[in-house]
Design a protein around this ligand. Structure first.
Ligand code: SF4
Length: 349
């Protein structure tokens, strides 16, 4: 660069800016490092098209593997009993989710009522089975997202989103225009059609699917006849992984993008933990985030089935964790690892 008066003034201005406002400059750079997927898609002019595509599915509803074919635009209800407008039970910062979602500010959960899977051991049965909650507009959901962001939450955690996916996309775009910048967490039972999950490509940053069963007889028996659950959910999770990959946390350990899979260990090996963990090791990277959960409780109508009418034993949890180790899975949820260590010490002591 030639040493001219103009260049001297330019360099001095730049230097004084650095000296006077270094933190704001770095903060800006830090901010610029990450943007939610939906913001980029909107920038490419594609988000509105996805919303149209999603809303069109309501006409003969095939948003999930139940493929009811009802016209929800005209108020018809299918298996999930969901109306056209979203029904919300509650929204609040949640501190009981996985640590990478919670951080210091909590995970901004929005609990959608109704459910397309309806398990007989459901812990949230008044919400999922009976649809308790308040019917709202997409604009109201957008406002909830913005309130959660204002409260300091690290993400928008959409609990049971499958049957209201089009409303969620619309709400996200409305909220984006008003300043939403948090990653969306798609917190699903896993009972998703892979072709519907494709609509979310470039919108959702974090997928949080359950993998509840590996045996079609068990999913049919305990989840309202959903015998296709194991196969369809495996394909949906592979698609989720194709879109966002393994979990990517920020330097503070807060999740920004990726797949986190939950597996609730059930009594008498009903959930098929070994099969599940072997499948993960074969179908996905070994560092896929897995949360092996020990908190099964006898809820709702579970007491009617002897096989699942008790909590799990320490041994049942331990064998699941041992299988994860045997199959070489390296990214297990820290809380389940801590519980595993605790029981291991007791086992050896
Ligand atoms: S979202 Fe509801 S109405 Fe639509 S296919 Fe699934 S269960 Fe049926």
């Amino acid at each position: 660069m030639a040493f001219t008066r103009r260049n001297f003034i330019k360099s001095s201005a730049l230097l004084s800016g650095l000296l006077l406002f270094p933190s704001s400059l770095f903060a800006k750079r830090k901010e610029e490092r990450w943007a939610p997927a939906y913001e980029k898609l909107e920038g490419e002019g594609k988000l509105v098209q996805r919303i149209k595509q999603a809303y069109a599915l309501f006409e003969k509803c095939r948003l999930c593997p139940r493929m009811c074919g009802v016209n929800r635009l005209k108020g018809e209800k299918g298996f999930c009993r969901a109306p056209l407008k979203p029904v919300i039970f509650s929204f609040n910062p949640h501190f009981g989710e996985e640590m990478p979602l919670v951080g210091a500010g909590g995970s901004g959960t929005i609990f959608f009522s109704n459910c397309n899977l309806r398990c007989i051991f459901c812990q949230n049965w008044p919400i999922a089975h009976e649809g308790k909650g308040k019917e709202v507009e997409d604009e109201d959901v957008a406002d909830m997202m913005l309130k959660l962001q204002k409260m300091g939450c690290h993400n928008i955690n959409l609990v049971t989103p499958t049957h209201v996916m089009p409303n969620i996309l619309n709400a996200t775009r409305i909220a984006l225009k008003k300043g939403l910048r948090l990653p969306l967490v798609y917190n699903t039972s896993g009972y998703e059609l892979p072709e519907i999950v494709k609509i979310l490509d470039g919108i959702v940053d974090i997928y949080l699917p359950d993998m509840k069963y590996m045996d079609p007889d068990k999913s049919a028996k305990y989840s309202s006849g959903a015998s296709d659950y194991p196969e369809v959910t495996k394909r949906a999770i592979v698609e989720m992984h194709r879109q966002v990959g393994v979990l990517q946390p920020d330097p503070q350990g807060i999740a920004l993008r990726g797949v986190m899979i939950r597996h609730l260990v059930m009594p008498n090996r009903v959930s098929g933990a070994e099969k599940f963990l072997r499948w993960v090791a074969e179908a996905l990277p070994k560092n896929t985030y897995i949360n092996i959960m020990a908190q099964y409780r006898v809820e709702y109508k579970a007491y009617e089935h002897q096989e699942i009418a008790r909590g799990i034993t320490a041994q049942e949890f331990m064998e699941a964790m041992d299988w994860a180790q045997k199959y070489g899975l390296t990214n297990l949820d820290p809380q389940s690892k801590a519980l595993w260590n605790f029981y291991q010490q007791r086992r050896s002591g």
